[in-house]
Design a protein around this ligand. Structure first.
Ligand code: 2NL
Length: 343
């Protein structure tokens, strides 16, 4: 039969056994299982304590106290071991090296639409020559769009086939010239403006769209001549295409200018020797121009005896086509990224 002394020795051995048992354990689950194996209902300590009943009553408290000490020691051991493991995990976390020089994954960024790029660049070139940007509404009066610009009632532009009419007197502007009309009505010369913006015509084929983007320019001052017009256009073409290109002013009719001229530039695809783009002529048309007709000045109450002016207009889709070799105007508006991402 075990004596109290034997029991106390066995209890202390159990304590040592537990310390040895959890030393190699490195996870909380294992440590808790080992704890249950000693302190649980059917644990080693509980089994040993069953023998306490066979001892004389006077010896029981001594063994009970020893058992409580061992139990407490085991619990403290568990807490300490779990603390050690948590510290070790924290240290490992801090010691982990992160390569901060690793380049970040690129974020997919957007960019300006090719027509916006072309518009801003064109505006910039004219701004350097002293031209200021003016804007106006896309829905205009018949008077600002046609009447003030000396476009007669029988002009084809006034035909229902060419102009989108909102009502008898209200149209979708067919050019940005009404912006210049508004400017001349509200500002005194000298005037130097460019008017970029959407315009609308009932046209639809590979080089025409019912909506396109125009850029018109107007200068009104004392002593302006056709040479000033040609100088401005030549400078623009050279800057925009970043090449020493020639231009050619070919006499033509526009109701609001006199004289009027179509603006051709040397073909950038063959540099003037003749190709498919310029149909063998070596020249491509980029817009229209001329000296402001005195009748226009009369409508906007500018003294045509004192002032002269020149004006020009071009399609920005066409400029972008010539620069980038785009062969169908519809690509600009379809929103197909395979097209847009090229610019
Ligand atoms: C073209 C033709 C042109 C103008 C626009 C203009 C404006 C005023 C007075 C006189 Cl307010 N002229 N603008 C003049 C000649 C031609 O554009 O082919 N555009 C794409």
């Amino acid at each position: 039969m075990s004596t109290a002394k034997d029991l106390i020795a066995n209890l202390e051995r159990l304590g040592d056994e537990f310390v040895a048992a959890i030393r190699p354990l490195a996870d909380e689950q294992g440590i808790r299982a080992a704890q249950a194996g000693f302190l649980g209902k059917k644990g080693k300590l509980s089994e040993l304590m069953k023998e306490i009943g066979r001892l004389p009553a006077s010896e029981r408290p001594l063994v009970g106290a020893a058992a409580n000490k061992v139990k407490q020691a085991i619990e403290e051991r568990v807490t300490a071991r779990l603390g050690e493991l948590a510290d070790a995990a924290g240290k490992q976390d801090l010691a982990r090296t992160v390569d901060i020089t690793l380049p970040a994954r690129p974020v997919g960024g957007g960019h300006l639409h090719v027509l916006t790029q072309v518009r801003l660049e064109a505006v910039q070139i004219f701004a350097e020559l002293g031209f200021v940007v003016e804007n106006g509404p896309q829905i205009e009066t018949d008077w600002n769009t046609f009447e003030a610009l000396a476009i007669p009632k029988d002009h084809p532009a006034r035909d229902m086939q060419d102009t989108f009419y909102v009502s008898d007197e209200i149209v979708l502007r067919t050019h940005t010239s009404p912006v210049q009309v508004r400017t001349m009505l509200t500002q005194a010369p000298p005037i130097r403006i460019v008017a970029p913006g959407h315009v609308f015509r009932r046209d639809d084929d590979p080089t025409h769209s019912p909506m396109f983007t125009q850029l018109e320019g107007l200068a009104v001052d004392e002593g302006l001549s056709f040479a000033d017009l040609k100088g401005v256009l030549l400078h623009f073409v050279k800057r925009f295409f970043a090449r020493d290109l020639a231009i050619r002013l070919r006499p033509s009719y526009f109701p609001f200018v006199e004289p009027g001229a179509e603006v051709d530039m040397q073909c950038t695809f063959c540099m003037g020797s003749g190709c498919r783009v310029c149909k063998g002529t070596g020249w491509v048309e980029i817009g229209g121009s001329g000296m402001v007709d005195p009748e226009v000045f009369a409508h906007v109450k500018i003294d045509a005896e004192k002032y002269t002016g020149f004006a020009f207009g071009m399609g920005l889709e066409r400029m972008a086509m010539l620069r980038h070799g785009v062969n169908d105007i519809k690509f600009y508006y379809e929103g197909d990224l395979r097209f847009l991402e090229q610019f």
